[in-house]
Design a protein around this ligand. Structure first.
Ligand SMILES: Nc1ncnc2c1ncn2[C@@H]1O[C@H](COP(=O)(O)OP(=O)(O)O)[C@@H](O)[C@H]1O
Ligand SMILES: [Mg+2]
Length: 359
């Protein structure tokens, strides 16, 4: 028997397009703030990734939104209404959590039916939705299998299908691809992106994998020790990291801090910042090669190759310049000169490619 009160809350976006809002949310475990004073708005249809190292509060933030735990202070709003007293099963969210696995004693089909039964849907209607969703994730032939008879990738597709089958407006994913090997993870990233495009669910995805975050997201929130370090689009986060932590966590960064040479910047360096450049923005060449035509916009230094790492389509050089060691990353091209440890080389970069990041 389903009571009317048990039915999920219907959620519509507010006029501003904001669907989910964290307002100064803190979650304490004893003296530890797993999440501290978190404020964040997520738009209808947005794919937002929460990225950060282990222990930075990502899962806690998602569990608070799902209603599995309650905030110590602050409020969470969905469609403009506080969900403080709304139990998790009425929040109408599709969930794929690592610890929220498939029911091992139910067939794939029964797993997908479960959220529909919870909503009081009749068997005939359930069968139609389950069939459609199994087809959508290419598992139409696997409905009668038990989860244990599926590969890891298939199980995650079932988990995604179960999260989406009841058509919830919000999808929550916690390290959804964490258990898969690299190739499968890349395939599933494409699958998740395609599902997002098709269904347009407001999606919050937690990961510690920077490639996953860059590939999937409209915006990325970088978390550090329970707090937001920066929120931006993938492009801006990579190209304009606000802090040294973000610069190092998302991609690789050369930070100039030694006094081996003076970095020539186009702008005045704000106090409290260090100068950063991405390794692919540094060019390596033989010292004998004539300087390029845009030499006036560049800075040139000479150094000695310490190490060359071959990485398929990339070469990475570690180059000692005075007291610093700079990383250079270049795409392998034909007829390109390669250098080995001990070679003297010239490095140069556009001064406009230097960034100031908070130290
Ligand atoms: N149930 C809990 N009891 C005590 N401490 C917890 C609990 N859950 C999380 N924490 C602590 O809160 C912090 C954030 O954890 P978590 O949100 O799981 O991080 P993440 O998902 O980013 O790895 C960590 O320091 C963790 O040890
Ligand atoms: Mg986690």
């Amino acid at each position: 028997m389903k009571l009317v009160e048990d039915l999920p809350l219907k959620q519509a976006p507010t006029s501003t397009g904001t669907q989910i809002e964290f307002r100064n949310v803190t979650k304490m475990y004893g003296a530890v703030a797993a999440v501290r004073d978190l404020s964040l708005s997520v738009c209808q249809g947005e794919f937002l990734t929460v990225l950060g190292p282990s222990g930075s509060g990502k899962t806690t933030a998602l569990m608070l939104l799902a209603g599995f735990i309650a905030p110590t202070s602050g409020d969470i709003l969905i469609s403009g209404r506080s969900v403080g007293t709304v139990p998790s099963y009425r929040r109408d969210q599709g969930i794929v959590f690592q610890n929220y696995a498939l029911f091992p004693h139910l067939t794939v089909r029964r797993n997908l039916e479960f959220p529909l039964e919870m909503r009081g849907m009749k068997a005939a209607e359930r069968a139609v939705l389950v069939d459609r969703m199994l087809h959508r994730v290419h598992l139409q032939d696997f409905g009668e299998r038990m989860p244990g008879q599926l590969s890891g990738g298939q199980q995650q597709r079932v988990a995604l299908a179960r999260a989406l089958v009841a058509d919830p407006p919000i999808l929550l994913l916690d390290e959804p691809l964490g258990a898969l090997d690299r190739n499968l993870r890349e395939q599933m990233q494409i699958e998740i992106k395609s599902l997002h495009k098709e269904f347009g669910k407001t999606t919050i995805c937690v990961t510690h994998d920077q490639d996953e975050a860059l590939t999937l997201s409209d915006r990325i929130v970088v978390m550090r020790a329970g707090q937001i370090e920066q929120i931006d689009t993938p492009e801006l986060l990579y190209d304009r990291p606000a802090t040294r932590f973000v610069a190092n966590f998302l991609g690789e960064a050369n930070i100039f801090e030694s006094t081996a040479f003076k970095t020539e910047t186009d702008a005045v360096q704000p106090t409290g910042t260090v100068v950063m450049i991405r390794p692919e923005r540094v060019r390596i060449s033989a010292v004998t090669v004539p300087k390029p035509s845009d030499a006036d916009r560049r800075q040139f230094v000479t150094g000695v190759v310490e190490d060359m790492i071959y990485a398929g389509p990339l070469r990475k050089y570690q180059v000692r310049v005075g007291g610093s060691s700079l990383l250079v990353r270049e795409h392998v091209a034909s007829e390109q000169q390669t250098f080995k440890a001990g070679d003297e080389v010239r490095l140069d970069w556009l001064r406009s490619d230097l960034r100031f990041v908070a130290a």
